[in-house]
Design a protein around this ligand. Structure first.
Ligand code: SAM
Length: 401
């Protein structure tokens, strides 16, 4: 049995964790002040601004992940050792594993184990994993009835689970294109039961260094109460839900990200309008039904040259969808949003599977003129008198005829 001094342990931590030999580390037997903290796991990751060490703080009911530049990590570990907060450190290196265990009466026990086949930290793999939700054991998933008490996704929730994961993957890519902010403020319009709101809030809290503040807006009071209760119980700070309509919502702070997933008919237009009005950096909507344009098309279908198509109900439906959403994308572009339209889950799972994503860039007056002409031509060609989003913008004098 070999015992070493505290100063030797600190030296080992300072030498090995920042080195290229470092694969991962586990800190255990926590004796500090933080209630419910069990373990701390370290691993190297490459994020947007370079090589970092990712810290996963494992509490009894949740994980918190923070990424630190490697330059500050040695000091943090030395402080943990100095304060005797963790009584066990295991360092996994490419050619050896080092086990350090503190015994209050004897000091630090030291053991080294050679590793036959060296393990190399897979930074790309880490990156890949970060795009997906792995914390199925988080209490809120169970409270929202997506998983059982052991964190197993229910069979009948598998489609929703796929949808949530894909949504997080797409959003995290779009968010990485935004300038880095100390705080990211998200508003989720028509949050419903909050699956996607919880997923995004928790994911970003764990995988970015920004503070995340999320508001879910929903007109069903029962859902608002449920989501607030679950957020509180799961200690998800910065996440809360308010009762009210999208139309009436008045943000009290700037909006960075505006989301509206499957908000019915023109509620999607109300959400986009709020995003444009408050200059959200990112607008993401998954339109639901397209009744407003469909009603107009139905009114004129006999006189329209497209009657050969619109007399078939299903084509009429698709036609209304394409027309409504292309005009939405064009109007977003008018205000400087670089827009793209993607499928966020196969239509085998749900037909409501289109995401319109807009990232705010500079307004281009030449492009604005082109868009205005295009809108006029489009409406004339399809015999469309109005588009709800266009009306909202005109009423607010943000768009002229
Ligand atoms: C189909 S659910 C979608 C929920 C969630 N966004 C999702 O994709 O899982 C639509 C939700 O939006 C709410 N909603 C619809 N129109 C709204 C409006 N104008 N203002 C506030 N909430 C609205 C409904 O009550 C419902 O809970």
């Amino acid at each position: 049995m070999k015992f070493i001094q505290k100063s030797d342990v600190m030296e080992l931590l300072k030498t090995h964790v920042p080195s290229t030999e470092f694969v991962k580390a586990t800190l255990g037997s926590y004796k500090g002040q933080e209630a419910d903290l069990k373990n701390l796991y370290l691993k190297p990751v490459t994020i947007k601004n370079g090589y970092h060490i990712s810290f996963t703080y494992r509490y009894a009911r949740r994980d918190i992940v923070k990424n630190y530049p490697v330059a500050v990590v040695s000091d943090m570990l030395v402080a943990f050792c100095d304060r005797e907060e963790f009584h066990s450190f295991t360092l996994f290196l490419q050619h050896q594993n080092i086990f350090l265990q503190f015994h209050p009466k004897k000091g630090w026990h030291y053991r080294v184990q050679a590793v036959e086949c060296c393990s190399v930290p897979d930074l790309e793999h880490n990156k890949q994993k970060q795009r997906k939700i792995t914390n199925t054991d988080s209490a809120y998933w169970h409270a929202l009835r997506l998983t059982d008490a052991e964190g197993k996704v229910y069979k009948n929730a598998q489609d929703k689970w796929k949808q949530i994961n894909h949504y997080i993957e797409i959003l995290s890519t779009s968010l990485s294109e935004l300038p880095e902010n100390d705080t990211i403020r998200i508003v989720d319009m028509g949050a419903g039961k909050g699956y996607l709101t919880f997923a995004l809030h928790d994911y970003l809290s764990q995988h970015t260094n920004s503070k995340i503040e999320t508001v879910g807006v929903e007109f069903r009071q029962d859902l608002v109460d449920l989501c607030n209760r679950v957020a509180r119980q799961s200690e998800l700070n910065g996440l809360h839900f308010v009762e009210g309509t999208i139309e009436a919502y008045q943000p009290t702070v700037p909006i960075d990200v505006l989301i509206a997933l499957h908000a019915c008919d023109t509620a999607t237009d109300d959400a986009i309008y709020k995003g444009i009005l408050h200059k959200a950096n990112l607008i993401v909507v998954a339109p639901c039904c397209h009744k407003q344009v469909r009603r107009e098309l139905a009114r004129i279908k006999k006189t329209n040259e497209l009657d050969f198509m619109t007399r078939h109900g299903i084509f009429m439906e698709r036609h209304a969808e394409m027309l409504t959403d292309s005009i939405r994308a064009l109007l977003m572009e008018f205000y400087g949003y670089q827009t793209k339209v993607v499928e966020f889950i196969s239509d085998a799972h749900t037909p409501k599977n289109v995401l319109i994503i807009g990232i705010r860039k500079k307004v281009n007056p030449i492009r604005q003129e082109q868009i205005q002409t295009k809108l006029k031509d489009l409406k004339a060609f399809f015999g469309l008198e109005s588009h709800y989003l266009e009306m909202l913008l005109k009423d607010a004098a943000m768009l002229v005829d």
